[in-house]
Design a protein around this ligand. Structure first.
Ligand SMILES: Nc1ncnc2c1ncn2[C@@H]1O[C@H](COP(=O)(O)OP(=O)(O)OP(=O)(O)O)[C@@H](O)[C@H]1O
Ligand SMILES: [Mg+2]
Length: 341
């Protein structure tokens, strides 16, 4: 039986909470393997890295040789993690790459290729967190194809293979979604229950669960940011808007775009309804690329990791076809719009 992964949340170590369906899905993935490459795409801070760390535990317990990389991680040990039985292969490969971290995806692919040759019909799992952000979105296609080649044209015989890639880049779908190389799965923010579990770990005094849910919409990173900034929501929003250069972005829009954007704060589906208009197509693309909005597509559970977002919830900015990544994203846009109009 596998363990729940150890994670860092705020300044402490906690274990992976909730996400019961995702855990079952990981067991199914371990039993079947993946074909083609699975790409997990979802709002920034929704818990993709946490999911990958949990995947490591579960896949290893199913007898996989696991190699995991979170190339953008600030923690050195997350840059490359692997099952201890891969130690020798990893050492060999690192000798070939004097600067492994700038080419971490190549390193991981190389390790997996060698493991296929070295072991007899092994189970191999490759987990690449934030791959596209790390290699650059222009190389997203090259790397997904290289990963698919590993599945289709392996260097040795394997029993099962799992390849998971995560991305919070809005452009993911456009870049890799149109190829047969990947299946894209969406992952949403946490359920109310999971979010409550994290909330309960926070020290008092703190705002009520209802208030925090309304700001974070189940996003654990937003919760963490609010905590770090001593619950000063204005400060968190201001910083967010500044880092994303929202003012520059929004002042570049024309009147028609501004009108639709304003309405979309109450109901993001207005974008779907206006998509025949090329101006709004451009706006949609921009909001997705800026990681503000996500196209929900549909709520068929088979296309989701864990559970899809709740049905339409205008308070949280969730429509039927589109959703703001979190209420904080929506609020930041709203405040800047108010300033510039
Ligand atoms: N199921 C969970 N149980 C416990 N903590 C979680 C869970 N999911 C996420 N967290 C915590 O919430 C925070 C944000 O999650 P995480 O870093 O996994 O999000 P992410 O989607 O990878 O973000 P990014 O888009 O920035 O890469 C982290 O501190 C993480 O440990
Ligand atoms: Mg992450």
């Amino acid at each position: 039986m596998w363990r729940r992964a150890k994670l860092r949340f705020m300044d402490r170590e906690i274990i992976f909470v909730d996400r019961e369906r995702a855990l079952k899905q990981l067991e199914e993935i371990a039993e079947r393997g993946t074909y083609p490459v699975y790409v997990v795409y979802g709002p920034e801070g929704c818990g993709k890295t946490a999911f990958f760390k949990q995947a490591f535990e579960i896949l290893e317990s199913f007898g996989y040789y696991v190699v995991y990389s979170s190339p953008l991680s600030k923690e050195v040990e997350e840059l490359l993690r692997y099952s201890s039985s891969l130690g020798e292969i990893v050492r060999e490969v690192l000798k070939l790459f004097p600067e492994p971290y700038s080419r971490i995806a190549d390193v991981v692919i190389n390790i997996a290729g060698r493991a296929m040759k070295r072991f007899s019909k092994p189970r191999i799992a490759i987990l690449l967190d934030d791959l596209f952000q790390a290699v650059g979105i222009d190389k997203a296609e090259i790397y997904t194809k290289a990963l698919l080649n590993l599945i289709e044209y392996p260097s040795g015989d394997y029993e099962k293979i799992v390849v998971l890639v995560s991305s919070s880049e809005g452009i993911t779908r456009e870049r890799v979604g149109r190829h047969r190389w990947v299946d894209i799965y969406l992952m949403w923010n946490m359920s109310r229950k999971g979010f409550e579990e994290l909330y309960n770990m926070l020290p008092d005094p703190k705002p009520s669960l209802d208030i925090l849910w309304a700001w974070a919409g189940g996003n654990p990173w937003v919760l963490q940011e609010l905590y770090r900034n001593r619950w000063q929501i204005d400060l968190v929003i201001e910083r967010f808007a500044k880092e994303r250069k929202l003012r520059t972005l929004l002042t570049s829009l024309d009147r028609e775009e501004i009108e639709v954007l304003k309405t979309s704060l109450e109901n993001p589906d207005i974008i779907f309804k206006s998509l025949r208009n090329p101006v709004i197509q451009k706006l949609e693309k921009l909001l997705i690329e800026m990681n503000l909005l996500i196209e929900i597509w549909d709520r068929d559970e088979r296309l989701w990791i864990d559970v899809p977002p709740p049905e339409k919830d205008t308070e949280l900015g969730i429509g039927e076809y589109y959703a703001w990544q979190t209420p904080l994203h929506k609020e930041a846009v709203k405040r800047i719009l108010m300033q510039i109009l």
